[in-house]
Design a protein around this ligand. Structure first.
Ligand SMILES: Cc1cc2nc3c(=O)[nH]c(=O)nc-3n(C[C@H](O)[C@H](O)[C@H](O)COP(=O)(O)OP(=O)(O)OC[C@H]3O[C@@H](n4cnc5c(N)ncnc54)[C@H](O)[C@@H]3O)c2cc1C
Length: 322
């Protein structure tokens, strides 16, 4: 058991507890969401000793050097003195410019955020509500001059944040937006490499951004996008993606539906299964997997088994908050 000092208070961290577990148990007001080291919303800072290396996984070198760490991944090896960052260090103010539906349950949200101009499409931002609730959403567009981020938000039944975004937020409202994070994006180079994009639901958001980025950079290799949902009504951007496929000879779009019989123009089956059936040659491909965590992890394993190098597999699992 180690002691965690936060301001004037000292808490005891049990041997199987992360710093986040301890602070939640002690009712400390700390922001958190995924609790798996993905969303970075529990970013904290050690004062004094360096935090355990594992607690800095995925942080930037500059953050590591300043002893930032993720409370959810931090299992202290010694007593720690910590500081929770001021929210203004993490969030800047965004303004909702567009709030409209992409289909019956997916919201297109465009948020102007002048402080965020440098990012890669496919990264994600954390949004924060006034009561502190935080959720992550992927960026679906390449950086724009006007600083507008495009987000796709699926309404989840009884989902605290998504329902609020659908029902309560409107054009002109302010919303707190974190700096972009994550490693699932397109890097120019190896333009003739095959790109396989597989996404479920709003997993299309990062993939749409990655696709736009790749085509804008003149990617010449085959680019295949498998977008899956339960029904045709749950898919979106179908016409736009079909048009893209007509414009770019090297781009194929395969919309998949898993809970409806085959309809002309759509492939019956789960997107990952359909992609597996389509792909003959995997070696040398770059693979992007976004959306449902189970699809992402099983397809990641499958791609690796088929010969794709781990460094060429990029994932964005939409892990739900605990
Ligand atoms: C890196 C990353 C990127 C993401 N990108 C996107 C994106 O682009 N678009 C997008 O739509 N989402 C994205 N997500 C998911 C998003 O962050 C939220 O998790 C999602 O919107 C749900 O949040 P919520 O507050 O609405 O639902 P929550 O309130 O967190 O609930 C989630 C679901 O669990 C159910 N639930 C909640 N509590 C319980 C309970 N106690 N028992 C049983 N069921 C329960 C709810 O009914 C709901 O259906 C991303 C996640 C990550 C980690």
């Amino acid at each position: 058991m180690n002691k965690i000092t936060l301001g004037e208070e000292i808490y005891t961290c049990q041997s199987d507890e992360s710093v986040l577990d301890t602070l939640i148990r002690e009712d400390v007001d700390i922001s958190y969401s995924c609790q798996k080291g993905t969303c970075h919303s529990c970013l904290s800072r050690s004062i004094g000793s360096a935090p355990p290396e594992a607690a800095q996984k995925g942080l930037k070198d500059t953050q590591k050097r300043q002893k930032y760490f993720l409370a959810c991944l931090c299992y202290p090896e010694a007593d720690m003195q910590i500081k929770l960052p001021d929210q203004s260090e993490i969030f800047s103010q965004g303004k909702v410019m567009i709030h409209e539906m992409l289909n019956h349950n997916t919201l297109l949200l465009k948020v102007e955020c002048q402080d965020i101009k440098e990012y890669y499409a496919g990264q994600f931002v954390n949004l924060q509500r006034d009561d502190g609730l935080i959720r992550s959403y992927s960026i679906a567009n390449v950086p724009q001059q006007d600083g507008v981020l495009e987000l796709h938000v699926r309404r989840l039944p009884d989902g605290r944040f998504s329902e609020w975004m659908h029902d309560q937020i409107s054009v002109g409202d302010n919303i707190a937006v974190s700096e972009p994070q994550g490693h699932c994006f397109y890097l120019p180079g190896r333009a003739d490499q095959g790109l396989l994009l597989v996404g479920t639901g709003t997993g299309l958001a990062p993939l749409a951004g990655i696709l736009e980025d790749a085509l804008k950079h003149g990617h010449t290799g085959p680019v295949m996008l498998f977008h899956g949902a339960r029904t045709v009504a749950d898919l979106y951007r179908i016409d736009e993606l079909r048009k893209f496929a007509q414009e770019y000879d090297n781009f194929s779009y395969i919309p998949c539906v898993s809970s409806e019989p085959a309809i002309e123009g759509f492939t019956a089956g789960r997107a990952d299964q359909v992609a597996l059936a389509h792909m003959n040659e995997w070696q040398g491909w770059r693979v992007f997997l976004c959306g449902h965590p189970e699809m992402v992890s099983s397809m990641k394993m499958e791609a690796f088994m088929q010969g794709v190098a781990m460094k060429d597999i990029y994932t964005d699992a939409f892990v739900a908050a605990g």
